[in-house]
Design a protein around this ligand. Structure first.
Ligand SMILES: [Zn+2]
Length: 254
């Protein structure tokens, strides 16, 4: 069964992710070697601009959806408890993929691909000009107070400043038309849940509030990749998640 994974088409969702508060997606310190900062952000090694790994956004959407659907956290990936099963009808695992914990379990590849998110040109230009002592970012002291000794443990946390905008591209592979509507609905509701949650670290301190501004959704059928003919491709203009949700029936009818 699992061998049959036809690509009926791809649905490409484009837009932007706006940081409404400072965003901290951490890099391993030894990998970054940025002097003085305790908790640096992840950066593109070539351009040195901060970016958002697609896996960070995807992982957060998955975890929010797992909790909303009250799935059991039966797997442990790198010390983080997640839900993972080999039921091909599981709404979480068919959308986000699963790696079975037992040998006899089947691997379910993800239908979702979330590209790494890079800053828009406008945001790069603005961040070139800020003077914080760090390139394109700001830093903030946060105090953790020891509850027993009352000793303060101040740490410098680097963050992408509020107002920064990242390009967003999410690709959904259509494998089963029966699942299409529900998968898209789950994806968009995960994005909406995230808007009322946070991305990255230190959300309880106010970090990581994001908003999605969409631009378009394009359905490219399998035949389009072979022929390039316009009849196999259709596009919907959407500006936000509400509009995307309202277009699902029309997308599924194409
Ligand atoms: Zn599952």
């Amino acid at each position: 069964m699992r061998d049959e994974r036809p690509i009926l088409g791809k649905i490409v969702i484009e837009g932007q992710m706006v940081c409404l508060t400072g965003l901290h997606i951490g890099a391993r310190r030894e990998a970054m070697k940025i002097g003085g900062i305790d908790l640096p952000v992840v950066r593109d090694p070539i351009t040195e601009f901060p970016y958002v790994p697609g896996s960070s956004l995807k992982g957060k959407m998955r975890s929010l959806l797992e909790r909303k659907m009250n799935k059991d956290f039966n797997a442990n990936v790198g010390g983080v408890r997640i839900h993972s099963c080999s039921d091909e009808n599981c709404e979480i695992c068919r959308l986000f993929g699963s790696t079975p914990m037992r040998e006899e379990g089947e691997n379910i590849p993800s239908r979702l691909a979330v590209r790494d998110l890079f800053l828009t040109k406008d945001s790069k230009d603005k961040l070139e000009d800020i003077e914080t002592g760090l390139r394109y970012t700001e830093w903030k002291f946060e105090n953790a107070i020891d509850r027993i000794t009352s000793a303060a443990n101040p740490r410098q946390i680097e963050r992408v400043p509020a107002g920064s905008v990242f390009q967003l591209e999410i690709i959904y592979t259509v494998e089963n038309k029966e699942h299409l509507k529900e998968d898209l609905k789950n994806l968009f509701s995960a994005m909406r849940l995230l808007e009322d949650d946070y991305l990255g670290g230190h959300g309880s301190r106010g970090y990581g509030k994001v908003k999605f501004a969409l631009s378009k959704i394009e359905y490219r059928k399998g035949d389009w990749y072979a022929t390039g003919k316009n009849e196999y491709k259709r596009e919907w203009q959407v500006k936000d998640i509400d509009e995307a949700l309202a277009k699902i029936d029309s997308i599924a009818d194409f």
